[in-house]
Design a protein around this ligand. Structure first.
Ligand SMILES: NC(=O)c1ccc[n+]([C@@H]2O[C@H](COP(=O)([O-])OP(=O)(O)OC[C@H]3O[C@@H](n4cnc5c(N)ncnc54)[C@H](O)[C@@H]3O)[C@@H](O)[C@H]2O)c1
Length: 314
């Protein structure tokens, strides 16, 4: 299979490309290297069947080059920084919504791509009243600009799929963690503790609780959904089956880094203890749909955090 992976040099993209390349697929890694890096895809460069294109989804000429030989696209390129979206909404309109529209136009006009796999997010659910939250939960009321931008992408992708006879697989991911992260809570805590190992400043009141999934479990889930989805447009939640609070995460990170007597200082947060405006305080996805396809996570949230920290600090 000839596969295009946008955002292929990022956290999830680079791990996904490694797995697809090992299985012998022809891969085109398409990335503007804004967050991703050459280092992330170093192990892939020796494969003859892996091609790297430096380009931007917002640029139609770049997109034309990338899509012309592909049959399937995994569209991961995006700005994934939820917190940043509360202060710079325009970035998310451009880098998520507009970039996705441009890619879809490239697919429509210049390619034989028949399947679009899209990495969406749990944040499209906003503050769901049903926990664990199933795929058919409604109404979808995102509370972050990031969540809104990804929901807009979901809508564009499903409409293009219906209008131009494509398949669409939309994956709503929980927090994905693993080595090569460039943002997020673990990255933030490790960086702060390396600078000052006696105290840790934490955003929010520490009670925010969410589901965390290790990167290898995420890649397996993405491949399972891609291979086994049967309907023209399918939605899958991907996450672990439990939650961990921010306070607990801080304790795990401190212990895995071998530190003692670290003072945890909570900012208290905004809007009832959130880390920032738009931070969802309680997130757990119902993953029974993807489990019925034969996938299940190997690690729970706390184990995923421990494994990630061990690999981040070694
Ligand atoms: N990591 C998570 O917890 C998580 C959770 C839910 C959804 N997602 C989604 O999964 C996808 C991958 O996330 P990630 O954590 O690997 O992020 P990442 O930042 O590591 O990867 C995104 C990649 O896209 C590239 N990119 C960004 N804008 C681009 C553009 N306009 N053109 C070409 N390349 C561009 C970046 O350089 C980067 O390599 C994103 O769509 C994100 O929204 C991630």
């Amino acid at each position: 299979m000839n596969i295009l992976v946008t955002g292929g040099a990022g956290l999830i993209g680079s791990h996904l490309c490694e797995s697809l390349a090992k299985k012998g697929h022809e891969i085109i890694i398409f990335d503007n290297f804004s967050y991703g890096s050459k280092k992330n895809i170093k192990s892939l460069l020796h494969y003859e069947h892996v091609q790297v294109i430096k380009g931007d989804c917002r640029n139609l000429n770049n997109v034309k080059d990338a899509v012309k030989d592909a049959e399937v696209v995994f569209h991961l390129a995006a700005n994934p920084d939820v917190r940043l979206s509360s202060t710079k909404p325009e970035i998310f309109f451009e880098q998520n919504i507009y970039a996705t529209y441009r890619l879809l136009e490239g697919i429509r006009k210049n390619s034989k791509i028949h399947t679009i796999v899209f990495t969406s997010t749990s944040t499209v659910y906003g503050e769901a009243t049903k926990i664990p939250t199933p795929e058919d939960y409604s109404p979808l009321i995102p509370i972050s600009i990031y969540g809104a931008s990804k929901l807009a992408c979901e809508a564009l992708i499903s409409a293009y799929a219906k209008t131009y006879d494509k398949n669409a697989i939309i994956l709503r991911l929980a927090n994905i963690i693993g080595e090569r992260s460039t943002h997020g809570i673990l990255y933030d805590f490790v960086r702060k503790l390396k600078n000052n190992s006696s105290l840790l400043n934490i955003l929010g009141d520490g009670t925010q609780k969410k589901s965390y999934l290790y990167i290898s479990d995420c890649v397996n889930a993405i491949e399972t959904a891609w291979k086994r989805a049967r309907n023209q447009i399918e939605f899958f939640n991907i996450g672990s089956e439990d939650q961990v609070s921010v306070r607990k995460i801080a304790e795990i990170v401190v212990s895995e880094m071998g530190l003692e007597n670290v003072k945890l200082i909570f900012s208290g947060g905004v809007d009832g203890g959130r880390g920032w405006k738009g931070d969802v305080k309680n997130m757990l996805l119902d993953i029974s749909k993807i489990k019925r396809l034969g996938w299940k996570p190997k690690y729970n949230s706390a184990e995923a955090i421990r494994v990630t920290i061990k690999r981040m600090i070694r």
